[in-house]
Every structure is written in C-alpha cells, then in structure tokens.
Ligand binder design. Structure first.
Ligand code: ADP
Ligand code: MG
Length: 362
C-alpha cells in the first residue's frame, strides 16, 4: 500500500521508517518545489503530484501549513486523512480558538486582533501581559510578539502597522503562569476508536521544544483522564482520522489547551522507543484503517532535541537505552537536526543516564 505525505521533513521521514515494516510505502511532497520525493534519501520521483494523488491509497500531512490547492486536490480524491477542515483548523489559530470555544474546552483568554486599533481593547480585556500570535504560519515560537507592560504598546503598534492584519489577524492571548506544559497525543480511526499515549511533560526554551519526558511525573489518574477527554472531544468534533497532538498548560489539576497540531508531533517522538507502538506507526495504522496499536509506555523516556548543532559525539549511543535519530538536514541556527531518546526503568535511572549523556553534548 502507498501513502502520500504533504511535507518532506523529518516527520515524513519517520513515518516512512515506521511504515516500511508494515509493507507500506511512503512518498512525500516537497510543497515548495512541488515535487514527489523519497522523504529519507530525498531522491525525486519522476511523478507529478496529480499522478501520486491518484496512485496512492491514502494522503496525509506532516505539517498544517500545506498550500490550500494541494489540500483541496487531496480532499476531492476522498483519500485525505485527517480531513482538510481539521488540517486547516490546526493551521489557523482563529479557527482553532473557535473549535475550542464551541466545544467548551478551556483555553487561554483571548481576543482576535484584525486592526491595530484593536490593541487597546486587548490590553483592557486581557491585562498588559499578552502574547500576540500570528493566526497562520507560526511555529517554534516564530510569529509571536510579547507585551510585558503597556508602555511597550506603541512600539508593538508600530511593528504591527506593517502587517496585513485583515488577511492574517493576530490572536492576542493573556500571558498565563502555569505549573508546567504537557501534551496528550493520540489517534482516532475511521470507526471512532480513540487511543492515547501517556501524557508527556514538555520543556521549552524561547518558544521552542527542547525536552519531553514521558510519562510525565506525578500525573494523577484524574488528570490523564481529563486530558484524554479533551482529546476525544476535539477528535470527534473534527471528525478526525490519524494522530492528533494537543498541547496543554497544567496548573494543579486544571488543564487548559494551548494549541493543537493535526499531525504527529515533536513531543511524541519519545514513543519511538518508549511506547509499544510509536506515533508514526500509529498514524499510518489509523489513516490506512489498520487496527490501532497498543500505546502502553515501556519504562520512562526523555526525548532531547538536537538544535542548531552537529558537534557532538555519536558515542552517546553507548549509553544503554540511548538512541539517536538524525534527520540529515543542513545545519542552521535553531533548526531541529535530530533527537535523542533515552529510555530507563525509573525516573532515578533516567536521571543517571541523562547525567552520562551530558558528557557527550557540547
Ligand atoms: P508554537 O506554534 O510556536 O508552538 P505556541 O502557541 O505553542 O506556539 O507557543 C510557544 C510557547 O510559548 C508555548 O509552548 C509556551 O511555552 C509559550 N506560550 C504560548 N502561549 C502562552 C500563554 N498564553 N501564556 C504563557 N506562555 C505561553
Ligand atoms: Mg506549540
């Protein structure tokens, strides 16, 4: 069987690697070059996107910012999973907030800013600590502006004056303090079966994910259940098929949705070694209508992103339970180059292994 993935980055690459043992071939679309390529060795197929769409069994996406004409073509073929509306919801923070609000899912207090003159009202309603997020095309903290005190407001107004806010509005979100950031990742299949992984705790630096630990420490059964209920409500509301990620802020037992990603997610990379079925295989299973796999955790795992560097020793894989996943991309500042999964039997042992790992990193 064949799956076509819009996007040809590391997520498509890891889907390819997880799909191969199932006898499933993965083709990727470089949506900028508009070419069909092999997502692992990047070789180009002598095949148009139109032909690939007609030839494969299922079409999916590794990121939400896929040009709409391509999504449209895929949707019309009847093979696109998750569906176009679900992908566009993840691609547009205004649509995303609408889905959260209409399904009574707690999220950050927010206002839509489609004109610089809305900024004063935003400060009035949300207070002076605000994160402005471009409604489209943001990732890893890009496309965000932080207001810490209202004296900085004129500077922001000046910066926003050059943006086309009518076309791409901003979502103004109250800057919240919370205990920690977590995510729940799961899959929903065509029959409506839902299956989630354990919650991961995510550590960010400058808006970018650096480390995930899963299962997150000290997650009560009530919190895991609450997260799974949020997941199921969203997946059902979107009539979702495939793997979906939900980023949450946790304060005590209270969960609030930060954002959703209609795809496999960086905070789910730990499942490659730390869960019975990894998120990439689970996604392939869900979109092709195969039975969903067991999501039980195998020990405790830390996933560490390797960001913007290539200078470390591969000997780190000598640490038991330590696995390197290299994406083979050209190095750039703040670019995710690969990640390391470290699996242990206990948090204590995980801590010991992470201390060993430190010796190999710059
Ligand atoms: P991205 O698409 O770049 O991941 P997010 O909306 O997840 O965008 O924001 C990136 C990070 O910024 C979050 O993981 C969190 O650390 C921080 N952040 C986002 N929104 C808020 C908020 N309302 N209050 C406090 N911190 C926030
Ligand atoms: Mg995020």
């Amino acid at each position: 069987m064949k799956v076509l993935v819009f996007g040809a980055g590391q997520l498509a690459q890891m889907m390819y690697l997880a799909a191969a043992p199932l006898g499933v071939e993965v083709y990727a679309v470089d949506v900028v070059a508009r070419e069909v390529i092999n997502p692992v060795d990047k070789s180009k197929f002598d095949m148009s996107i139109e032909y690939a769409v007609s030839d494969v069994h299922v079409i999916t996406a590794e990121f939400e910012h896929v040009p709409e004409d391509l999504l449209d073509m895929a949707e019309k073929s009847g093979k696109l999973h998750p569906n176009m509306a679900a992908i566009l919801t993840g691609a547009d923070r205004v649509r995303e907030k609408y889905v959260l609000d209409t399904n009574n899912i707690q999220n950050c207090p927010h206002l839509i800013v489609s004109d610089v003159s809305d900024l004063d009202a935003a400060v009035q309603a949300l207070g002076e600590k605000i994160i402005f997020k471009a409604s489209r095309d943001g990732y890893d903290g890009y496309g965000q502006w932080r207001l810490i005190n209202s004296e900085e407001l004129p500077k922001l107004k000046h910066a926003f004056a050059s943006l086309d806010l009518k076309r791409v509005p901003l979502v103004a979100e109250k800057m919240l303090s919370f205990d920690r950031e977590i995510s729940i990742i799961g899959a929903r299949d065509a029959k409506g079966n839902v299956c989630c992984f354990d919650i991961a705790e995510n550590l960010h630096h400058e808006g970018q994910l650096h480390v995930s630990v899963a299962p997150a420490t000290a997650v009560s059964a009530a919190v895991q259940k609450q997260a799974e209920q949020i997941f199921e409500t969203l997946a059902n509301a979107l009539n979702y098929i495939g793997v979906l990620a939900v980023e949450l802020f946790q304060s005590g037992d209270e969960l609030l949705v930060n954002e959703i990603a209609p795809r496999v997610h960086n905070s789910g990379h730990w499942t490659q070694k730390g869960a019975d079925t990894c998120q990439f295989e689970q996604h392939i299973r869900a979109v092709l209508g195969f039975p969903l796999g067991d999501t039980a955790s195998k020990g405790v795992t830390a996933m560490i992103n390797i960001i913007g560097c290539t200078s470390f020793s591969r000997d780190l894989i000598s640490i038991p339970g330590c696995h390197l996943h290299w994406y083979g991309k050209e190095v750039r500042e703040k670019r995710k180059m690969g990640h390391i999964n470290v699996v242990a039997d206990s948090y204590r042992e995980l801590g010991e292994k992470l201390l060993l790992l430190l010796q190999y990193l710059p």
